[in-house]
Design a binder for this molecule. Structure first.
Ligand code: SDX
Length: 437
């Protein structure tokens, strides 16, 4: 990555009161966002580590892919606002934007669409991997296993230092994730695997692979396809979140792209991260009715109660998650189109949002609905089982993971990630034979 954007125009001067020494730390300006204090030489100059578990104040990398202004509720992909992309774009067009930096022209879009479409089938040998899983295995366990196993199969696209192999691996991952995820669902319900159809776009093809059966012709509902396209766009990328950081750290060691994406799937699974959409649905069902919402809001505020409002809060957004607003609008559109009125879980969710946003606890802590709060209600209305929700998140985020991984491995400054630590364990001591302990 070039340094042409980094022109230290001011510095931070710090004084080590233990020694009286002062140190000037260069400050780097991005194109937007907070100034960044460059501490790459901090340990060499001061003999001290910095300490930031959870990386609340630490930038792990330079990136041009996505920018979030958490205070203003702004999300940009290569400079384009998520609201405009969700309204006007297709998922594959956003994928092209994330991977290559600009919106494609018609010829570029046609070629990219062709390349992804014609890599969407899985080799029949890979379909045998599924039979090793229990039928009730969680779709994220299956997806993580299958994607990791791709590195045991595609030996012709493991060397990312080779341009052609890198492009093939990127294409295979983005193209095959819908097939891998849909097959995880088919496997769990004992239905035959479906095959992608080259006449459908990415979102419609996924729905077709999820719900078509060999016994009859399946027609994709265009409203649901449009909603799925928008939902995939909303989940495509999101700066250096836990799973993207996992992919980058795995990739920094030179691990192959399939192994890196499998690591991302594993990290996304957690209920504090991508697993929250599944947890939101389970929470809404646990609440059960609008009149029990106040009881659960009080529980979420109780420090002694581990209960949290799933789908609320965010490390970066201290305002509305812009994706949540678009998701809520999509939720109403889908339910209206399907003729589902007064969906009880939506009523509970809306009541929960209404009460929480008026409550001082949530206001003071700047806790707003995030991307996961409404998505599960839409997925459920589409007939997608709760256990599949996070796998859909992984399906969409694979494009962001690949784009971020690509940005890192093509950065000449790439280094293996190796954080330091604050050690508070035992200092050196001698071994004592068991008879003398
Ligand atoms: C995603 O990083 C990303 O970009 C992620 C993501 C993406 O696209 O990649 O946006 C996707 O993961 C969205 C988040 C989905 N997770 C959830 O909805 C789970 C519920 N939310 C929380 O667990 C929490 O808000 C996190 C994990 C999302 C953020 O946690 P932080 O930033 O570490 O904040 P915190 O846990 O320190 O909370 C700050 C305070 C705490 O109170 P105090 O200790 O200061 O008194 O807010 C409270 C928390 O107790 N709090 C909540 C709460 N979330 C935070 N209280 C009740 N309910 C909640 N949901």
């Amino acid at each position: 990555m070039t340094n042409d954007k980094k022109s230290p125009s001011d510095t931070f001067t710090i004084i080590d009161n233990a020694t009286g020494k002062s140190f000037d730390l260069p400050v780097i300006h991005g194109t937007t966002g907070p100034r960044v204090v460059d501490i790459r030489k901090f340990y060499a100059d001061t003999g001290c580590f910095t300490y930031d578990p959870g990386f609340t104040s630490t930038g792990s990398c330079e990136s041009k892919v996505t920018f979030i202004d958490g205070d203003k509720g702004i999300l940009l992909h290569r400079g384009y606002p998520i609201e405009q992309l969700a309204e006007n774009s297709s998922f594959l067009e956003v994928a092209y934007l994330l991977l290559f930096g600009n919106l494609p022209d018609q010829a570029q879009m046609k070629q990219f669409d062709h390349d992804i479409t014609y890599h969407s089938m899985l080799n029949e040998q890979i379909l045998r991997f599924y039979s090793g899983f229990r039928r009730d295995a969680h779709p994220m366990a299956i997806s993580c296993g299958i994607v990791g196993a791709l590195s045991a199969f595609y030996h012709d696209s493991l060397d990312f230092t080779d341009d052609f192999q890198r492009i093939v691996a990127e294409t295979r991952l983005i193209a095959k994730m819908p097939t891998i995820v849909a097959n995880a669902y088919k496997y769990s319900i004992g239905q035959p695997f479906t095959y992608p159809r080259n006449d459908l776009d990415y979102a419609a093809n996924f729905l077709q692979m999820m719900f078509s059966v060999p016994c009859e012709t399946y027609t994709v509902n265009p409203v649901l396809a449009r909603a799925m396209n928008r939902i995939l766009i909303l989940h495509a990328d999101h700066e250096q979140n836990a799973s993207t950081s996992t992919v980058r750290l795995a990739g920094s060691s030179g691990a192959n792209p399939f192994a890196c994406i499998a690591a991302g799937i594993a990290s996304l699974w957690g209920p504090s991260h991508g697993g929250a959409n599944e947890a939101v649905l389970n929470m809404l069902m646990q609440i059960g009715s609008k009149d029990r919402v106040p009881e659960f809001v009080e529980r979420a505020k109780d420090k002694d109660d581990p209960f949290r409002l799933m789908g609320f809060g965010h490390r970066v957004y201290k305002n509305f998650d812009p994706r949540a607003k678009i998701m809520e609008k999509t939720c109403h559109e889908v339910l209206d189109d399907l003729g589902i009125h007064n969906e009880p879980l939506l009523q509970i969710a809306m009541e929960l949002e209404r009460i929480a946003l008026q409550d001082d606890y949530f206001i003071e802590k700047k806790l707003y609905p995030n991307v996961d709060f409404y998505s599960g209600i839409i997925f459920r209305a589409m007939g997608i089982p709760t256990s599949m929700f996070t796998a859909l998140f992984a399906l969409a985020r694979t494009t962001g993971w690949v784009a971020q991984w690509l940005e890192m491995i093509t950065d000449p400054e790439m280094k293996i990630g190796r954080p330091r630590q604050l050690y508070t364990g035992a200092t050196q001591r001698d071994y004592v034979p068991i008879g003398k302990r």
